[in-house]
Design a protein around this ligand. Structure first.
Ligand SMILES: O=C(O)CCCC[C@@H]1SC[C@@H]2NC(=O)N[C@@H]21
Length: 250
């Protein structure tokens, strides 16, 4: 097994409202980047304020850091997190080819959603962030009921139901944390480009027609790439558009 990464803290909580909320509470006194694992999460939330339910045995964890960086740079950590989750899920199952990455923040298994990522940060002076929480939820043991997610959402699946592999949240963290540290070292040393390239190599639906829905508009077009800011680039009938944030539908 890979070693726990040097310099990263680890806190396991029997119960927590939300590991991202706990990350915010801890941020002021942080000695270094710290993983928070919630074995039971009672008020987990997803993107756009959606409820993130926590069937027993699933992974709910956040990495909290206090980097001296602009918010726009930190947003790229969601790609780092996606790569780390892809590595960890591939490692524990031995079925890497079954996983793909859905822009912006989902991990798919056999085309269903097995994991989601939620970045939350607080601002400091001059656009520099004071902390970032990289929250990750993984359906290790069970997927939420279809009725719990929006009708248009990607079908939720669990690792257990799709692969027959059951790992505990603690075991999963022991694989995920070193994977994250490897990709974090890449972005810290070489910048976003190797992350972008690696992410694209694992992306779902590249070259295919997809729909991106933002708060105000909906775009349908060919998924060309992700640009060096992390935007989704679609070739539409109106031209090429770069979309910073949206929900994507296949
Ligand atoms: O797909 C999404 O909408 C993102 C889901 C993120 C859920 C995780 S679980 C751990 C962390 N704590 C939270 O309250 N949310 C994230």
């Amino acid at each position: 097994m890979t070693e726990w990464p040097e310099g990263y803290g680890r806190r396991v909580l029997a119960e927590v409202d939300s590991t991202n909320a706990e990350a915010a509470r801890m941020a002021a006194d942080l000695a270094g980047p710290t993983w928070i694992l919630g074995l039971k999460q009672t008020a987990g939330h997803g993107r756009r304020g959606r409820v993130w339910s926590h069937p027993e045995g699933n992974f709910a964890g956040s990495l909290v850091m206090r980097p001296a960086a602009q918010a726009s740079e930190m947003a790229k950590r969601s790609f780092v997190a996606a790569l780390a989750l892809h590595d960890a899920l591939s490692d524990v199952t031995g079925h890497g080819a079954r996983f793909s990455l859905k822009w912006p923040n989902d991990i798919l298994l056999n085309g269903g959603k097995v994991a989601g990522i939620l970045l939350e940060s607080a601002g400091g002076p001059g656009g520099v962030i004071s902390h970032i929480a990289i929250g990750m939820g993984v359906n290790l043991a069970a997927a939420p009921d279809v009725g719990e997610v929006e009708p248009w959402a990607t079908r939720p699946v669990s690792l257990l139901s799709e692969t027959g592999v059951l790992v505990t949240p603690e075991e999963f963290l022991d694989v995920l944390a070193p994977a994250f540290a490897r990709w974090e070292a890449q972005i810290a040393t070489y910048g976003f480009e190797p992350i972008r390239t690696a992410w694209l190599a694992r992306a779902a639906k590249i070259g295919e027609v997809i729909t991106a829905r933002t708060m105000r508009e909906e775009w349908t077009g060919t998924f060309e790439t992700v640009d060096n800011e992390g935007n989704l680039v679609l070739k539409t009938a109106q031209g090429v558009v770069a979309i910073p944030a949206a929900d994507v539908f296949f």
